[in-house]
Structure formats: structure tokens, C-alpha cells
Design a binder for this molecule. Sequence first.
Ligand code: FMN
Length: 353
Amino acid sequence: MGILHKLATGLIKTLPPEAAHNAALRALSLGLGPKHSCDHNVLKTELAGLSLPNPIGLAAGFDKDAQVPDAMLAAGFGFVECGSVTPLPQAGNPKPRLFRLPEDQAVINRMGFNNKGLDNFAKNLKSQKSKSGIVGANLGANKDSTDRAADYMTGLAAVWGLADYFTINVSSPNTPGLRDLQGGEALEDLLGRISEARQNLTGDQPSPPIFLKVAPDLDFAQIERITEQARTYGMSGIIISNTTIARPAHLKSAHKTETGGLSGQPLMRPSTRILAEFYAASAGHIPLIGVGGIASGRDAYVKIRAGASAVQLYSALVYKGPSLAAEICDDLAARLKADGFTNVSEAVGTVEP
Ligand SMILES: Cc1cc2nc3c(=O)[nH]c(=O)nc-3n(C[C@H](O)[C@H](O)[C@H](O)COP(=O)(O)O)c2cc1C
């Protein structure tokens, strides 16, 4: 299995990015993915009531149609977020729409929520989720929807009972106008409707956590407003962050001028700065999930110390393959112990090392 996995990973890297991604999904669904347990007591933690074996999650976008959550849990991830899924299937933007920036260890994508829709997503979750770990559903809105806020309610209703948590993604830069839902009255209206839908769906059962996923391109006034509204409407946590529309001057790769969201190494610093600002704004009252540029145990540790209760990653997998989750776990556990922490939660929001 080890050799097969290495061979498959090597071959996949020679393909154009989107074909490589589809080949990786196929290999994973055939059971060719790595198998790692990530068993460190110091990493076991709680996130908004979810018990995680470790705080390293797979970010949304890798498994948009919930084809391989179990394979990614088996690779060592502590939780897996599938999606974004929209109510109706949609093709996304014309190809090419996914670009590697190898010199920058980065990716630019303008996929545009290509996915097979909620019915297929719910069917996949039902048939293949073996209760082997925590699987979340990241919800988006259709490009042509006339009431985008309503699409999130449709998503909640369709997947309720099938996912361990939900993420409301209002921060993709590739659906024009979507990120306007992060602002003032639009956000208040959306969160109000989510809170109502949640009450109706929950009845007297405990509700699964619902997270809000935000962009990194926000100023402190926006961060304060989002934090306050998220708390007011009972959101369970904030995921920080999605890809950025910014293009740092230091990018070197040929594809650096492509339109879309930038992720990977160049996003590490800005997304961690925004995470720290959310932590300051929330004073630790709402759990934060740190995403953006994580490629090592050290990166994960920096996010945790900046205020993240858990982290997620995607782009680094493009360069390092799915075994990275277990590598990060081992390194993070060693760093926590070396600094005298007995549990990852003790390190959340402490001064950056
Ligand atoms: C190809 C690609 C597709 C993505 N699709 C989604 C998506 O559908 N929904 C979402 O919330 N985030 C999506 N993301 C954003 C990631 O979940 C993550 O927030 C971002 O890439 C930063 O993390 P990273 O630097 O570890 O990749 C996507 C990212 C990439 C690279």
C-alpha cells in the first residue's frame, strides 16, 4: 500500500491541476489513500461540543461532493469538511480555473462552486459515512439564485441529521456578490434566518454546530461587527479564512496574475493576522478555526497560539499529498509537549512562539 500510494501521488503530480485533483479523488475512493492514526492524548480536543481526535481538519473545496470523507479521516485528519455544496448542481467557471504556483507553494482557483448539488451530496453522506469521525457540510449559494440567503436554509434542511456540523460559506471570491453577505444588514438578515431555521430543525434535540466562514480581506471594524453578530445569533464558531483576492508583491510564479482566490503559503501570514484580530474582538467567547497557508506542524501551532481552537488546510496537500495530516499531527504534539502544554486547548490564544 505504501509503494502504491507513493506511485499514485507521483503520477498525479504530473497531471494538470484539475485532472490531478480528480485522479486523487478517484484513488482515494478506491482505497489507495494513506492510512495513519494520529493518536496523541495531547491533541484530543473539543470544538463547539464536537470531540476531535486531533485539531487538524481538511478544509472545504477538496471534497465538494462528499465522495471521500472516510478516506481523509483514515489519512489522519481529525475532522473533514465537505462542500461547498449548492442547492442545484452547477458547472462552475470555464476551465482552466485551478492554477499551481509552485515557486510560491500556493494555488489560485476560480472554480465557482462546481458541484453536483444537494441531493447527490446528501446521498453520498448517507451511503458512505461510516461514523468513523467528524464530517461537516459546507453550504454555498447558487450563482443564479434570486434569494441567496434562502439557499443556505435549503442546504441546512437537506443535510440536517447527516453532517456533524455545518459551515455557512459567505466568503468565496468566485461567486460574484457572495461576499456582500458578510456585511452589515445582509449578514444580520442571513444570521437571523439561520438561527430561526436552526430552531425549527432542532426541535428539542441538541443542534449540531453551525460555523460562519469569512474572507481574509476584512478590516478591524468589519471583524468586530461580524464577531458581534455571530455571537448575537448564536453561531457556534468562525472559520478564518477563505482564499484572498489580494496579490502580495513577492509572488514569483507565472500564474500569479490569474483571477481568483489565492491560497497556500502566501496566505499564512495575512490569515493568521486576521485570526488574531478575531480572537481579540471575541475575547475567547466564540471558538475560532484557523485556515490559510498551513503546511507544517509549526504553522498549525502558530494558528493555535493566535487563537484557533482547531485548524484546517487544503493547498499544502497539492504539494505534499494527504500523508501531510499525520506528519503535522506528530510535529504539533511534540511542540505542545516541549512547551509544557498537556492539552491543545491550553495553548489556544497564548502568545505566539
Ligand atoms: C481549489 C480550491 C477550492 C476551494 N473551494 C472551496 C469551497 O468550495 N468552499 C470553501 O469554503 N472554501 C473553499 N476553498 C478554500 C479553502 O477551504 C481554504 O479556506 C483556503 O484555501 C485557505 O487554506 P489553504 O491555504 O490551506 O488552502 C477552496 C480552496 C481551493 C484551493
